[in-house]
Design a protein around this ligand. Structure first.
Ligand code: NAD
Length: 395
């Protein structure tokens, strides 16, 4: 069986390699020349995939990557894992997805199965993807198969990997759903079929909106705890002893990455369109966006003014133990500190270079150190007696 995966990023590359390891013949397609060069020369661009794993797949002869968006008519399954970001006005932007679907539609042949994994609004597979496929291929929807299967990759998660994280699938038809289930079941332990494409699309948005809302709630509560002189982490730890009806979430400088700050706004936008606005999501988004400003205020308080002060921000990736800076709230934190007159340096040896700047060593030569993203490797002892502001909760 031949599989093509459009988009070889955090979602597409692990999927391609898992399918290759399960015996499929896999071609990864990506429009980013640098990424294609890196992957084809055996260097993994993401933390969760070791270069040795990638090389093993390349050497098996069953995995290759190309920039060529065409594929031949012996391909059985085409997966789409391209970005679905927010565009202007913080609104969903489907341009990249539409362009990838257009490209894949041109090589589509009867009987092929197309599976969309990118996060999208309910109704997008049926009302946007399928019409493009029909137009570009000249086929009608009953001549090919379409499924939606939201990805559940959690970068740097040591326990939940692609194989042991249950996967949802939904098909335009029963046959499409069954074929998609058959495919994923070759390398994923549990695959569940949803009632419709829209149920699977909305389930993904619910998962990430649930996280956004709860993280923002804990962040709001962290501000309260700080005011009354207790540590939010102690409160969460205490509450988490309850064996039912509670799930712990932890404080931060806000949410980042390609999913939690983005996907809920796909849901909010669809909800607004349907005349049933999701006020929780909008409020949660607002609270998280305000967190960096809150910590600039705390830094200002600690130092009695930020003008001319040397501040070291520790960790700029959006979450611990990854090098990903997409949508990182630390960017807004640094911007706020600089606006208030501080001279800001940052340390993050996973990210290394960012915004044309380089990670600096951790030393005791600063007026204040702010822990933004605590990677496991970071040694705070190098700060000596430098005053510390921990965005991850402390009094
Ligand atoms: N990374 C996650 O943990 C995560 C979590 C939740 C949801 N998602 C969703 O998964 C989808 C993919 O995210 P990702 O993190 O893998 O993104 P990514 O940016 O890591 O990878 C996407 C890749 O697609 C490539 N691409 C762009 N246009 C293309 C085209 N027309 N044809 C072929 N390749 C193209 C890009 O060059 C890039 O390498 C998004 O919808 C995202 O919202 C990701």
């Amino acid at each position: 069986m031949k599989v093509v995966v459009f988009g070889q990023g955090y979602v597409g590359l692990p999927l391609a390699l898992a399918a290759c390891n399960a015996g499929f013949d896999v071609t990864g397609i990506d429009v980013n020349e640098e990424k294609v060069f890196k992957i084809s020369s055996g260097q993994s661009p993401i933390e969760d995939i070791f270069s040795s794993e990638l090389n093993q797949a390349i050497n098996s002869g069953n995995f290759r990557i190309t920039q060529e968006v065409k594929y031949d008519n012996t391909v059985n399954i085409i997966c789409v894992c391209v970005p679905t970001p927010l565009g202007n006005n913080h609104q969903p932007d489907l341009e990249v997805l539409e362009s990838a679907v257009k490209d894949l539609g041109q090589s589509l042949k009867p009987g092929m199965l197309v599976i969309i994994e990118s996060t999208i609004q309910p109704g997008t597979t049926r009302n946007v993807v399928i019409p493009i496929l029909e137009r570009e291929s000249g086929l009608s929807r009953d001549q090919f198969l379409v499924a939606y299967s939201p990805e559940r990759i959690d970068p740097a998660n040591k326990k939940w990997k692609i194989n042991n994280t249950p996967k949802l699938v939904a098909g335009l038809t029963e046959e499409a759903a069954q074929k998609a289930k058959e495919f994923y079941s070759k390398f994923i332990n549990q695959v569940d079929i949803c009632e419709s494409l829209e149920v699977a699309e909305t389930a993904k948005l619910l998962e990430n909106s649930f996280r956004l809302v709860n993280i923002s709630f804990i962040n709001e509560l962290a501000i309260f705890c700080q005011k009354i002189g207790i540590d939010i982490n102690d409160v969460v730890k205490a509450a988490a002893t309850k064996p039912y009806g509670f799930m712990p979430f932890y404080p931060s400088v806000g949410v980042g990455g390609h999913c939690i700050p983005v996907d809920p706004l796909y849901l909010a936008s669809a909800a607004k369109e349907a005349g049933a606005p999701t006020r929780f999501i909008e409020l949660a988004d607002q609270i998280n966006l305000e967190m960096p400003k809150y910590f600039v205020g705390r830094a200002n308080e600690i130092l009695g003014g930020l003008k001319g002060k040397k501040v070291l921000v520790i960790g700029v990736a959006y979450k611990p133990n990854v090098a990903d800076v997409r949508e990182t709230p630390v960017a807004t934190l640094i911007e706020g500190l600089e606006k208030a007159g501080a001279s800001v340096s940052w340390h993050d040896d996973l990210v290394k270079t960012w915004n044309s700047q380089t990670s600096v060593p951790i030393t005791d030569q600063y007026d204040l150190a702010i822990i933004a993203t605590p990677h496991d490797y970071i040694q705070l002892s190098k700060l000596g007696n430098t005053p510390l502001l921990n965005t991850r909760g402390s009094k």
